[in-house]
Ligand binder design. Structure first.
Ligand code: ADP
Ligand code: MG
Length: 604
């Protein structure tokens, strides 16, 4: 067995780790990139406790022989870049040779690898940058990297991490991002031992988009015509303006297969959509950019998330032309048709039959995509890509049904056109839609509106609160007083000032403006009740603000009555939300009975 020795410059690696390994998701990113660079056709990513306990990435790629495997853990060891010239023509995801040694320097690390056709592989164990063991290992061809106890030797960094749920959400997002970038690779993602998604390899990017973001999106995708300018091409898919979101989370850009962020592209995209979007909204987009490596510098950011384009004016023109082309094709077909009609911009309907092709294509895709997103696990996973990382678990399976149909009739203002017909039982608004009847549940709608307002208020640090004329003194049970004080920061961020007032008495001085009509006493007591019975309340932990806001929204929305006079206002507020179709807990806010369903019921 080779001699065990201390890796040189372990310290230098830890320093580099500061740049490369920001959080568990960055480890996942580096390992996944290595696997893809190694030609993986199947990729497994597993994590436990937000990646702090375990991150494991396995691939069936080319593997390494023993010498290379040991070398790969040396700083600046890379098989991908040999000289300065190479840097200008990079086509692999990695090239800095920093990731493996950096990760190994801040964790308990093992690498098991075997080349194809070899009988035995190699296992290397490193702890905190110290090489502990190199030995033969029986393993399938490919490479598995296990990273345990990330930052165990850097307590300060470990403390800096967010909650496990948040870190887990970042990991999930990262894997999905790469899974979108490489449809040809099967990707299996596991969390705490359970499969969160498993997407089959496909040659069709639409299928991958559907598998990962929800079948309901497939029928709405507009194809971006494949367009070429010297040295660069673009292709991809867009969602119609009515689907636009408040955040950029629905926008994906892949440059030569690498997920990147780029302002030039985002601005060009926004410009192309100008006039069709409510301000502050960002259209959903999946864009694949292939570019001569000479025209782009990918080595400007340690994690390579940002890049520098040498000919950004041409890039802007290319994106504008392509996206405008896609948008012009809109509305040529019948309004309810799932595919987009019209295709003059894609040039030549003979070779490129995008009318028939895209809609029948989408049909096929929907069928293929079905098994992958039909399980409860994957349908909640589907929604989480569209959420901010720390959101509560997303909507359940119903969402695919409701969302599939409703937005199709939306107009370019971003709000579906509804005619208010009346109110049922004080609970529901009856709305006439372009396709049948829609019921809006007042409580659910209000809950969504309150929730997003609380989050926005906290983000902007402008939670609007209304002082009570007479502060309210409430004597609580010790357990209840305790939960209030523990969550004092959450209360404050939502615009509800509560202070200890000696013993088990608390003083309520203000309430959120949005809830100023509520009885402050029952508002506080109901909320405390929910907090105490939440999982966090029971285990004595503090809720994240999102969870807190969710509870407050639920309590605040209770008993919401619908009235015809205020219906339009409610609709406007609801459709100003990022996710108008469900409550934070995933219940629907709107339910549709399509014309065809109604006709069926009447035996027509
Ligand atoms: P980089 O990816 O920047 O080259 P890394 O530190 O991430 O640097 O990896 C070092 C080298 O180890 C890579 O260049 C590659 O040759 C090898 N390597 C890493 N991961 C794998 C893998 N999963 N399969 C095969 N080779 C790998
Ligand atoms: Mg790498």
């Amino acid at each position: 067995m080779p001699r065990v020795h201390v890796m040189p410059d372990a310290l230098a690696s830890q320093v580099a780790a500061g740049e490369v390994v920001e959080r568990p998701a960055s480890v996942v990113k580096e390992l996944v990139e290595n696997s893809l660079d190694a030609g993986a056709k199947e990729l497994r990513v597993e994590s436990q406790r937000g990646g702090t306990a375990l991150i494991k990435v396995s691939d069936d790629g080319c593997g390494m022989d023993r010498e290379d495997a040991v070398l790969s853990l040396e700083r600046h060891a890379t098989s991908k870049l040999r000289d300065k010239e190479g840097l200008t023509t990079i086509t692999t995801l990695g090239f800095r040779g920093e990731a493996l040694p950096s990760i190994a320097s801040v964790s308990r690390f093992s690498l098991t690898t075997c080349e194809h056709g070899m009988i035995a592989g190699t296992k290397i164990v490193v702890e905190g940058g110290k090489l502990c063991d190199v030995r033969d290992a029986g393993c399938p061809p490919g490479t598995t990297v296990e990273v345990r106890d990330l930052f165990y030797n850097l307590p300060a960094r470990r403390k800096f991490l967010r909650s496990e749920a948040t870190e887990a959400a970042h990991i999930d997002y990262q894997v999905r991002l790469h899974a979108l970038a490489c449809p040809g690779t099967r990707v299996i993602c596991r969390k705490e031992g359970r499969v969160t998604f498993d997407v089959a390899a496909t040659s069709d990017r639409r299928v991958r988009i559907g598998d990962l973001t929800g079948r309901q999106n497939l029928g709405k995708l507009w194809e971006v015509p494949h367009l070429e300018h010297p040295g660069m091409t673009v292709s991809g898919y867009l969602l119609p303006p009515a689907e636009a979101r408040k955040s950029r989370r629905g926008q994906y850009l892949f440059l030569n297969g690498r997920p990147v962020e780029d302002q030039v592209v985002w601005r060009a995209l926004a410009e192309a959509y100008r006039g069709t979007l409510v301000s502050g909204r960002h259209p959903g987009a999946w864009l694949w950019l292939e570019m001569d490596p000479l025209l782009v510098d990918v080595n400007v950011h340690p994690s390579k998330r940002e890049v520098r384009f040498h000919r950004s004016a041409e890039l802007r023109a290319l994106i504008l032309e392509a996206v405008e082309g896609a948008l012009r094709g809109e509305g040529k077909g019948s309004p309810g048709s799932p595919g987009r009609g019209g295709s003059q911009e894609s040039g030549g309907t003979e070779e490129n039959p995008s009318i028939g092709g895209s809609s029948s294509g989408s049909q096929r895709v929907e069928e293929e995509a079905e098994p992958a997103i039909s399980g409860p696990e994957s349908s909640s996973a589907v929604s989480s890509l569209r959420e901010e990382p720390s959101f509560p678990p997303g909507p359940q399976a119903w969402r695919a049904e409701v969302q599939e149909e409703l937005p199709r009739e939306e107009e370019q203002s971003g709000e579906p056109s509804f005619r208010v017909l009346g109110v049922l039982e004080g609970r529901y608004l009856l709305l006439e839609a372009s396709d049948g009847l829609v019921l809006l549940e007042g409580e659910a709608a209000r809950e969504r509106i309150l929730f997003e307002n609380f989050l926005e208020g906290a983000k902007q640090a402008t939670a609007e609160s209304q002082g009570l004329l007479v502060p309210l003194l409430l004597e609580l049970e010790p357990r209840d007083a305790d939960v209030v004080l523990r969550n004092a920061e959450n209360f404050r961020e939502s615009g509800m000032e509560v202070e200890p007032f000696g013993g088990v008495t608390v003083q309520l001085r203000s309430v959120p403006v949005l809830l100023s009509a509520a009885d402050p006493r029952s508002l506080l007591l109901d909320l405390v009740d929910e907090l105490v019975h939440s999982a966090e309340g029971r285990s004595g932990r503090v809720l994240t603000f999102e969870k807190f806001a969710g509870e407050l929204a639920r309590v605040g929305a209770r008993g919401e009555r619908c009235r015809v006079e205020s219906a339009q206002g409610l609709l406007d507020q609801l459709f100003a939300c990022d996710l108008p179709y469900c409550t934070p807990g995933g219940r629907p806010t709107l339910v549709q009975f399509s014309s065809s369903e109604l006709r069926r019921k009447f035996g027509r």
